[in-house]
Design a protein around this ligand. Structure first.
Ligand code: HEM
Length: 458
């Protein structure tokens, strides 16, 4: 398990052909679910097969909250009200539109600035990280965003690098010393932000999170710790997914030609530099499919649930109290439903229609059930916008002269693989973009929910 990581579950699926099986590990049972219909059965029993008890344990280790806050988090029903508070601001509608508009303005301004610099040499992952960080956090926290301070941003990445040690909690003051110092630094910055009422100028998301915490009598210091750790949800998947979409598009002449020409069809004659994000989602099936294929390929998400009392799943399988259920996305993302080319990167896979259409129940990059990622619509708009305006304006070439598939890496708690090593690229404006002027985005109408999980079909 340690050596093969998630590949171990994929191998066991292939060798056992079981719908669900038990792995005995010291002091616990792991129930690994392979069958999509049993995954739905697990997700339906969200009180008996619960996520929140697992979340509380992790929260205590990564947030290092006060005892008073840990008591609040452990109160019956807290998980439900938290869930109810954070989902609406991120659901398609007015609040998400407002957040999208700020994010799109930041993306456009940053890439317009880059075009004026002519040729630029950057490390691709570091560049994507900076761009996605300023756009995501700017849209979330508003004009007083603490992430604008480079020292704050550096502290966050130091913190993230020590997350595994914090979660494992073995002598953390020694094994995760740097991460703990970074958490204290980040929490103080957020404390100033909240005390100076920066959140009132921020998104509906940060206001909802703050209101829910104060309604539960949490101190500003603990709210600030929670907000700093929330950077992991905001960034840890969007950054590598954006990197991989750019990597696949630029490294394959077929994909870049198809994506560019489809994007050019949605740009109207009288506004050559305006991209309507609603049209990107409705009229650019190849770009959308490339994005989903990246999610399928690089997802390492493992949805987990604790068995809180003995339970007979689907009337057949006894799950014993105290066991942990794991539903690893790679098991679904490499199953036979994807066809003979399941192990290949096929950028047109998600354009298939009729009986060839991909099965949404087997696409789990955003998890599912009560823990389904609420940020999936925001992240999708952001990634598609960033990629669209980049490929329409710039050529990107590796300085080494050749695109080489990077080795990948991920920690046990991460939901997306990252490239193991960064590399230099040259970014150069395309010849015909110089005369067009600054690019901008519009959103005609409300952000429409697109199919990113089985739940989006309901
Ligand atoms: C491509 C980008 C993203 C991917 C692939 C992704 C993936 C995931 C996954 C796999 C989960 C766990 C689901 C489960 O356990 O069933 C999750 C949870 C979550 N995500 Fe995302 N995410 C992304 C972007 C975002 C963004 C931008 C935000 C915030 C604006 C966000 C907020 C959250 C939150 C708050 C949760 C916890 C939900 C809960 O436990 O109720 N995510 N995400």
């Amino acid at each position: 398990m340690v050596r093969k990581k998630l590949d171990y579950y994929v191998e066991l699926r292939d060798s056992s052909k079981l719908s669900i099986y038990t792995l005995r590990v010291p002091f616990s049972r792991l129930y690994i679910v392979n069958s999509p219909s049993l995954i739905s059965a697990v997700q339906r029993q969200h009180r008996t097969l619960a996520f929140w008890p697992l979340a509380i344990k992790a929260a205590a280790n990564v947030g290092r909250f006060s005892n008073a806050t840990m008591e609040v988090l452990s109160t019956n029903g807290y998980g439900d009200t938290f869930h109810d508070a954070i989902h609406p601001p991120l659901a398609p509608g007015e609040n998400l539109d407002a957040m999208n508009r700020v994010m799109l303005g930041i993306v456009a301004a940053s890439l317009n600035g880059l075009r004026k610099q002519q040729k630029t040499q950057v490390e691709l992952l570091a560049w994507v990280t900076r761009q996605i960080t300023i756009a995501t956090t700017g849209a979330t926290y508003g004009p007083d965003n603490p992430w604008r301070d480079p020292e704050f941003e550096a502290a966050f990445w130091t913190y993230k690098a020590g997350m595994s040690q914090l979660i494992m909690n073995v002598f953390p003051t020694w094994t995760a010393k740097g991460a703990i110092a970074a958490l204290e630094f980040g929490a103080s910055a957020f404390e100033r932000y909240f005390k100076e009422e920066g959140h009132l100028k921020g998104s509906a998301l940060v206001r909802a999170r703050y209101a829910h915490s104060t309604a539960n009598s949490m101190s500003v210091n603990d709210i600030s710790r929670g907000e700093f750790t929330n950077g992991v949800a905001l960034l840890s998947n969007t950054v590598p997914i954006t990197f991989w979409v750019l990597y696949h598009i630029y490294s394959d002449p077929v994909i870049i030609t198809e994506c560019r020409s489809e994007l050019r069809t949605i740009i109207s004659d009288d506004s050559k530099n305006t991209i309507d994000m609603s049209k990107v989602k409705s009229d650019c099936p190849i770009l959308l499919s490339t994005y989903k294929e990246v999610l399928r390929t690089y997802s390492t998400a493992v949805t987990a649930r604790l068995v809180t009392e003995d339970h007979l799943l689907d009337g057949q399988y006894l799950l014993k109290k105290g066991g942990t259920i794991l539903m690893p996305s790679p098991v679904q993302h490499t199953s036979d439903v994807w066809g003979d080319d399941k192990n290949a990167f096929n950028h047109r896979r998600f354009t298939r229609t009729g009986s060839q259409k991909t099965n949404p129940a087997s696409f789990r990059a955003f998890g599912g059930g009560t823990t389904l990622c609420p940020g999936r619509h925001f992240a999708t708009t952001e990634i598609l916008a960033f990629v669209a305006v980049t490929i329409l304006q710039f050529d990107i070439k590796p300085v080494s002269g050749q695109w080489m598939p990077p080795h990948t890496t991920f920690e046990f708690w991460e939901a997306t693989k990252s490239p193991a090593k960064d590399f230099e690229v040259q970014i150069e404006p395309l010849e015909d973009t110089g005369t067009v002027g600054d690019w901008q985005f519009t959103l005609s109408g409300t952000d429409r929910p697109i199919e990113l999980s089985a739940e989006d079909l309901k």
